[in-house]
Design a protein around this ligand. Structure first.
Ligand SMILES: Cc1cc2nc3c(=O)[nH]c(=O)nc-3n(C[C@H](O)[C@H](O)[C@H](O)COP(=O)(O)O)c2cc1C
Length: 386
């Protein structure tokens, strides 16, 4: 059997995860909404952006480190929140969080994680962010924020692109519900991967630990994984966000920004950073690729707050492209997920190592020695493809 050190790209980790998991479980992590146009467009936009390297700079030592929101990052990447990781690898949330911590990049814990706010805070020495969906049960929502505050999470990330769940047809076809159950419809698929299925049968199906105790918590008969969206509050609006801003006194990051109009209003509201994101193509299919949405958003934000981007980042050179365009940092979702789904903590570590190594090499090959230089040369580093 290959060790993860013999896997050389995020795609190879993805294929390893695919081999290990039942189809329904792999598809839940890998898939997007409807025709997966946005899922693919995110990736394609990075592929379509070419780089213009500069020569004759001494690149024997390059410094990939940066500072965003008073955070030290060993390179400009943070872990995006992803729910339900434990369905693919028991303890997967902790596996990714520990990998992030050992690489000195922030880890974002999802509301729908399969590890609790307290468990992650207790076991991870690194700096943590907490992602919250605004729940219909407002009391419960504010209690989640209190818990994250008491556990010293440094930033709160509110996701705004999920007023309702997206239509993920792979999950519907695979009879995959959240939380999943072993049923006659999926038994054959699940039984085909005994190394995955046995620990699930023996140890029980992981829970959304942070939602335990919420009023009207999921019953076990949901039809699709995205139906978990029904616990989120579709009436959440600007007025409600202003209340969250008043309530949360540490850094507030808004994720899921796609419109420059929203970006401008968020700056005016006093948020600390935004993430240009379309949820990795899992929500609105037909939403434009994030790399394409980025320039207009950067223009209105005008350097007033940091702008992150996620969606489709699978290579260190993708991180470089986003930075050259003007983003301060990036988030990765599936890249580290694939690593953890392939081989737990070792796999998540390997994913970050691959991205960081590729990013460093891209800096050397383009003649850039610091993050500041990438920002300084900006558009000169990007081919005008049109
Ligand atoms: C399986 C999965 C679960 C996710 N869960 C959440 C979540 O709980 N909260 C959230 O804000 N975003 C969630 N996302 C979106 C990610 O935070 C991120 O925006 C997206 O994965 C970025 O695209 P990438 O996977 O191509 O890197 C999830 C994404 C995936 C793939």
């Amino acid at each position: 059997m290959l060790s993860v050190n013999e896997l050389y790209s995020i795609e190879e980790l993805r294929l390893k995860a695919k081999e290990r998991l039942p189809q329904a479980i792999f598809d839940f992590f890998d898939g997007g909404a409807e025709d997966e146009i946005t899922l693919n467009a995110n990736r394609q936009a990075f592929r379509d952006q070419f780089i213009v390297p500069q020569g004759l700079n001494d690149v024997s030592n390059v410094d990939t480190a940066t500072n965003i929101l008073d955070h030290f990052f060993s390179f400009p990447c943070a872990i995006a929140p992803t729910g339900a990781v434990g369905f693919g690898w028991r303890g997967g949330d902790l596996a990714i969080a520990k990998a992030a911590s050992s690489h000195q990049i922030p880890y974002t814990l999802s509301t729908t994680a399969t590890a609790s706010i307290e468990n992650i805070a207790r076991n991870v020495p690194g700096r943590l962010w907490f992602q919250a969906y605004v729940l219909r049960d407002h009391d419960f929502f504010f209690k989640l924020l209190q818990r994250a505050y008491h556990c010293e999470y440094e930033a709160l990330m509110i996701t705004i692109d999920l007023p309702v769940g997206g239509k993920r047809e792979r999950d519907l076809r695979n009879h995959f519900s959240v939380p999943f159950k072993f049923t006659s419809l999926n038994m054959k698929d699940f039984a085909s991967k005994p190394r995955w299925a046995l620990p699930m049968l023996l140890g029980g199906v992981p829970k959304f630990e942070n939602l335990v105790g919420m009023r009207n918590t999921y019953d076990y008969g949901e039809k699709s994984a995205s139906s978990v969206g029904k616990y989120y509050d579709p009436s959440f609006d600007w007025e409600a966000l202003a209340k969250v801003r008043d309530y949360w006194t540490r850094k507030l990051i808004i994720k899921g920004v796609q419109s420059p109009l929203d970006a401008k209003r968020l700056v005016d509201l006093g948020v600390d950073a935004i993430v240009v994101s379309n949820h990795g193509g899992r929500q609105l299919d037909g939403a434009q690729a994030t790399l394409r949405a980025l320039p207009a958003i950067l223009k209105v934000v005008d350097g007033k707050i940091p702008v992150f981007i996620d969606g489709g980042i699978r290579r260190g050179s993708d991180i470089f492209k986003a930075l050259a365009m003007g983003a301060q940092g990036t988030l990765v979702g599936r890249a580290t997920l694939y690593g953890a789904l392939a081989a737990g903590n070792e796999g998540a570590n390997r994913a970050i190592e691959i991205l960081k190594d590729e990013f460093t090499r891209t800096m050397q090959l383009t003649g850039m020695r610091t993050i500041a230089e990438i920002h300084h040369y900006g558009n000169y580093l990007l081919a005008n493809n049109k």
